[in-house]
Design a protein around this ligand. Sequence first.
Ligand code: HEM
Length: 144
Amino acid sequence: MNFYHILKSAHSGWRYLVLILLVLAIITAIAGWLGKKPYTEGNRKLNVFTLIFVHTQILFGLVLYFVSPLVEAGIRYWKMEHIGMMIFAAILVTVGNARSKRGDDPSVKHRTIALYFGLALIVIVASIIQMTMVDPSRSFFGVS
Ligand code: HEM
């Protein structure tokens, strides 16, 4: 087990925390938006935690980018698509969280989170599915 393997496992496993938090935040936001519920401190914290976990995953990925033999080998998916799509998803989460702070209307706050986080989830899932097509030895729910 060297640094690369530890980092790869951390990045591989961390995806589940990111996916679970995103799904939870989106369901909570949709329930709050459609159910016209107040925007609580709990809602705010869940969204910030999701943001922090997404950013941590990006950090793992960025370091991995410089030590992974796959990037070194110049495989297009790892050099371009993975990093591009995942950073785009992180930007969506960051902007969504920032915009949810604007104004006082709880419905608008919930809707903002539901839309931005929802789009980010779609981008992440699409990128992981693409990964399993580029490299069939990897699976959506695998850990390496
Ligand atoms: C929300 C953001 C991200 C998610 C959910 C994510 C998810 C994943 C997943 C599921 C794998 C495959 C792990 C396995 O097969 O067990 C992976 C591998 C990888 N990721 Fe990410 N990733 C994210 C962001 C990034 C970013 C921003 C970078 C680069 C700057 C990056 C670089 C890599 C690299 C280089 C690998 C291949 C590691 C190897 O097998 O050598 N990731 N990522």
